[in-house]
Every structure is written in structure tokens, then in C-alpha cells.
Design a protein around this ligand. Structure first.
Ligand code: ADP
Ligand code: MG
Length: 238
């Protein structure tokens, strides 16, 4: 299991400073949730961790190793987005195995790993279907399958459930929590949904304007919010 550490991370886009010095430790195996209002820098921080975005200053460590200048492919990270762009002309099995096909892994190995991944996500009966014949929740599970099959050390999720309707969202919350328990992997999960944060997180990181307002367990934040902003966001009565 793998830790993720950020040290004094700053990021500017031109004259706009969107990350104003972020220090954070995500423990190995933790389910860490980033919350905060739209535009506070949640996605930027995930992109910095994954290497899709550079830092202006500061460092990123994965498993104790400085990866600040490492390519995304060297970081052992998989990212799942809100808009799960599946390949419409490929089957579920081909979508899940796509990354391994690109890497030219042997067909038998790909088939075996696709089978294992589909079992974990309860997609085994859907392997021959095309994405258009799936429900929204099933499509999102295929997108998660594409991440799992690469056996990443860290999973990053950027609002993966925000396109789903309310009942499906609550079902997927449970499934993702079970998936985390099953895989034991370090997961960082971005949402602006308080219920997701409170029910899924080992640790919540409240972001506001490119800075961390507070870090703690859901109960600690609920019982002892550090500011009216945190209280308002977490929904505690202070
Ligand atoms: P969140 O995910 O919390 O909604 P983002 O990380 O997407 O917030 O954005 C944080 C801020 O950075 C916003 O003001 C956004 O407009 C700005 N931003 C993000 N990406 C870029 C970019 N590539 N160029 C310029 N500004 C950006
Ligand atoms: Mg975002």
C-alpha cells in the first residue's frame, strides 16, 4: 500500500494562483475525500498528483519517492473521471482490457485479468455487450474496471458519480466502499457531495480557495469544525 504526500504545493495559471501552498499526507490504504466548492482546486490537485498538471512549486511524493517531475505513466496511478468515455464500438471486455491490449500483453493474460476484474465489479454477465446497452451505473463500473485492471498503487476519482441519478449514486457509494475494502488500495476521491464525503471517507480534506481549511475524520470535522466554512460545508450545527 502506498502513501501520497504533498509538500508546499503551489500552482498558478498565468497570474491566477489556484493552489496556495498545500501540505497533505494520505496514508497507505486510506480512503481520502477532497471536498470544497466548485473552483476551489479539487480537480487541479488530483491532476497534480497524477502528473497531468505540473506544480509551480512544491513536491509530490508517492510511496516516499519524489515524483514531482515524473511522467503520469511512471506514477502507478489510475484516474476515474465523471464522464467515463468508453469506446462505443468495443465490448465491455475490450473496454476493460484496452490498456493491456495497448501494452501488447498476451491475449490469454488479458482475458484472465478481464475476467477477474469483471468478477470484482459484477460485470461478468455483460462482457459481450457494447456500452450503449448498459445502464449508467454499469458504464461507470466499466470505467472503474479499466482502472483496476492496471493494478495501480493509487486510485484517483474525480466526481465519478455526479452524472448518476440519486438512487444509483447511493448504490455506487456502497459498491465503491466495498471495492476499497476488497482492494485495500489508497484512494483519493473528489466530490462536492457532503453525503459521499461523510459516508465514504476515512479522512476528509476540506479545500477552499486553493488552501486546505481542515483535515480530519468525518466525525472530527462534524463535531469540531475549524471554521464556519467547514461547519457549513459538512453540515454540522455550529
Ligand atoms: P474544482 O475541481 O474544485 O471545481 P478546479 O481545480 O477545476 O476546481 O479549478 C480551480 C481553479 O483553477 C478555477 O478557478 C479554474 O478556473 C482554474 N483552472 C483550472 N484549470 C485551469 C487551466 N488549465 N487554465 C486556467 N485556469 C484553470
Ligand atoms: Mg473539478
Amino acid at each position: 500500500m502506498t502513501s501520497v504526500v504533498l509538500e508546499s504545493v503551489r500552482k498558478s495559471f498565468g497570474s491566477l494562483e489556484v493552489m496556495k501552498g498545500v501540505d497533505l499526507t494520505v496514508e497507505p490504504g486510506e480512503f481520502c475525500v477532497f471536498v470544497g466548492p466548485s473552483g476551489c482546486g479539487k480537480s487541479t490537485l488530483l491532476r497534480i498528483i497524477s502528473g497531468l498538471e505540473t506544480t509551480t512549486s512544491g513536491q509530490v511524493f508517492i510511496d516516499g519517492k519524489d515524483v514531482t517531475d515524473a511522467e503520469p505513466s511512471e506514477r502507478g496511478i489510475a484516474m476515474v473521471f465523471q464522464s467515463y468515455a468508453l469506446y462505443p464500438h468495443l465490448t465491455v471486455a475490450e473496454n476493460i482490457g484496452f490498456g493491456l491490449s495497448l501494452a501488447r500483453r498476451p491475449k490469454a493474460e488479458i482475458a484472465e485479468k478481464v475476467k477477474q476484474t469483471a468478477d470484482i465489479l459484477q460485470l461478468s454477465h455483460l462482457l459481450d455487450r457494447k456500452p450503449k446497452a448498459l445502464s449508467g451505473g454499469q458504464r461507470q463500473r466499466v470505467a472503474i474496471g479499466r482502472a483496476i485492471i492496471r493494478n495501480p498503487k493509487v486510485f484517483l476519482f474525480d466526481e465519478p458519480l455526479s452524472n448518476l441519478d440519486a438512487s444509483l449514486r447511493s448504490q455506487m457509494r456502497i459498491e465503491l466502499t466495498e471495492l476499497h475494502a476488497k482492494l485495500g488500495a489508497t484512494m483519493i476521491y473528489v466530490t462536492h457531495d457532503q453525503v459521499e464525503a461523510m459516508t465514504m471517507a476515512d479522512k476528509i480534506v476540506v479545500l477552499n480557495g486553493g488552501q486546505i481549511e481542515q483535515v480530519g475524520t468525518p466525525m472530527a470535522l462534524y463535531n469540531n469544525p475549524a471554521s464556519p466554512f467547514v461547519a457549513g460545508f459538512i453540515g454540522s450545527p455550529k
